[in-house]
Design a protein around this ligand. Structure first.
Ligand code: NAD
Length: 504
């Protein structure tokens, strides 16, 4: 029996009319667990129209009422995060504690959005010109589409929708068709929290659903996260249709280890950030840059730790939880295994081969163990391409300057980190690298919710990062009101004056 996974519109599940469905698979068993509805253009219009209708009343709802619903959502999600985490593990494959971790980071954004009354405060200036006052306000944009990737089915949507909803918008979430159940679960939770029907909808599907969102005149803003080619397409197509768009793309994140660093902590960091969530994180470390002369020692320590990584079915419960789960689909596992073969053929030294893995789980799962390459060069495909799997490439460089040059030449600029005990070098690194998020002895520098998340170069199209005050800005438009109330005791003279008004 497979579970049907529907759209959510007007406060109820909606199976859609397309008759098209895609299989959803449990990556740890290789078995189909559900069938997700794939929206037709007509289904998309139905969901968007419901959001557009709801957006007006929601925008007019007081901040006090909106905030109370946000708080209720926060409480419900916090108390039931295990339930959601189990859904994520069953469709994505990441181990349970990792799924709880992503929900917790999403909850941080919900908590940030609970302060929306403060975040939306405008300015006021009295007597900017004689008898004239000015105030500014930020108003909702209307209907916001959030299009998310498979790798964080809860956290990435939560980078956006808590703030969009708090700011008075209606949201249509188009999750990845690979793990669509979390979105539906979240929609039901919003309903329980008291959110009016239509303010949060879920549109399931593939390119047809995305294109309908990009082309609909009723959608005002698009927040996209996914691979770089699709991010670029969404940015260009959405902008062409007059929407504001933020489109976060792929990554190739470098961890630089300077010779003075604590090598044990650096090796721990490389393993945790390289193989956590099977490397399927946009902030995963995929390149380790070892600055001479520590390469041999560092690779030995990383290899020793990597051999201890347990790969298995992440649903098995806290006590016996493995470190790393399967990859999301068979096709993706095979693609990553193909990169391992390509790296070997290109002459990189294969220190540990994940294809030899003995997983703790069903033999039909999409398994691949942690893989370590040494002596990788910047011409090799395993360096240039985003692999998005448990493959860590070590590049050896002679100096700090060479490390920085490597990072700055890379076409991605999402995250990077340096491990060092030299404060001056760390400070210089921060200034020298052209990357959006930087860690100093922190391998996965995902900004906290009140700061904004986003990369540079091919990792972000558009200029607005996710959450924090940039998120509030993205989901609102500015109004500036210039007003003159006529005081009978100081009535202006009036009369014809066709010249451009000057301040007096
Ligand atoms: P993806 O680009 O394949 O899919 C992302 C979304 O786009 C999904 O909802 C999908 O249905 C939709 N989509 C796919 N093909 C499309 C097409 N041709 N036209 C229109 N829409 C389409 O990405 P993915 O494989 O789900 O996720 C992994 C990627 O996401 C990696 O590249 C990763 O680096 C990136 N990512 C980036 C960040 C970030 O913050 N920069 C965060 C998470 C993931």
């Amino acid at each position: 029996m497979t579970t049907p996974i529907h759209h959510w519109a007007d406060g109820a599940e909606f199976p859609g009319t397309s008759g098209l469905w895609a299989d959803v698979t449990n990556p740890a068993t290789g078995r189909v667990s559900g069938r997700v509805a794939l929206a037709s253009e007509r289904d998309a219009q139905f969901v968007i129209a419901s959001a557009a209708r709801a957006s007006h009343a929601w925008a007019a709802t007081s901040l006090a009422k909106r905030t109370r619903i946000l708080f209720a959502f926060r409480e419900l999600l916090n108390s039931r995060k295990d339930e959601l985490a189990r859904l994520i593990t069953a469709e994505h494959g990441k181990v349970h504690s990792d799924a709880v971790g992503e929900i917790s980071r999403g909850l941080d954004v919900v908590e940030f959005a609970c302060g929306i009354s403060h975040l939306l405060k405008g300015g006021h200036s009295e007597s900017v010109s004689t008898g004239i006052d000015v105030h500014s306000q930020r108003v909702p944009v209307g209907v916001v589409a959030v299009i998310s990737p498979f790798n964080f089915p809860a956290m990435v949507p939560m980078w956006f929708f808590p703030i969009a909803i708090a700011a008075g918008n209606a949201v249509v979430l188009k999750p990845s068709e690979k793990d669509p159940s979390a979105a539906l679960w979240l929609a039901k939770l919003w309903q329980e929290a008291g959110l009016p029907d239509g303010v949060f909808s879920v549109l399931q599907g593939d390119k047809t659903a995305v294109d309908a969102l990009l082309h609909s005149p009723e959608v005002d803003a698009i927040s996209f996260v996914g691979s770089t080619p699709i991010a670029r397409y969404v940015y260009e197509e959405g902008s062409r249709h007059g929407k504001r768009v933020q489109a976060l793309g792929g990554a190739k994140n470098h961890l630089v280890v300077l010779p003075d660093a604590d090598l044990d902590l650096a090796a721990d960091a490389a393993v945790n950030a390289g193989y956590g969530s099977a490397g399927e994180r946009c902030m995963a470390i995929s390149v380790l840059v070892a600055v001479d002369p520590i390469g041999d020692e560092l690779v030995a320590r990383i290899a020793e730790r990597t051999r201890a990584v347990v790969v298995g079915d992440g649903r098995q419960g806290e006590a016996t939880e493995p470190d790393m789960g399967p990859l999301v689909t068979r096709a993706h596992r095979d693609r990553v295994a193909g990169f391992i073969a390509a790296g070997e053929a290109a002459g990189a030294k294969l220190v540990l081969d994940g294809r030899d893995v003995s997983p703790r789980g069903d033999s039909d799962g999409f398994w691949l163990g942690p893989t370590l390459f040494d002596h990788v060069t910047s011409e090799m495909d395993i360096y240039r391409e985003e692999i998005f799997g448990p493959v860590l490439s070590v590049v050896r460089v002679a100096s700090y300057a060479e490390a920085v040059e490597l990072i700055n030449r890379n076409e991605y600029g999402n995250g990077t980190a340096v491990f060092t005990n030299d404060g001056g070098a760390a400070r210089r690194f921060e200034a020298d690298v052209r990357v959006g998020m930087i860690g100093i002895n922190v391998p996965i520098p995902v900004p906290v919710a009140c700061y904004s998340f986003g990369g540079w170069k091919r990792s972000l199209f558009g200029d607005t990062h996710a959450h924090g005050t940039e998120g509030v800005h993205f989901f609102t438009r500015a109004k500036v009101v210039t007003s003159r109330w006529i005081d009978p005791a100081a009535r202006p003279a009036g009369g014809l004056e066709l010249g451009f008004p000057r301040n007096v």
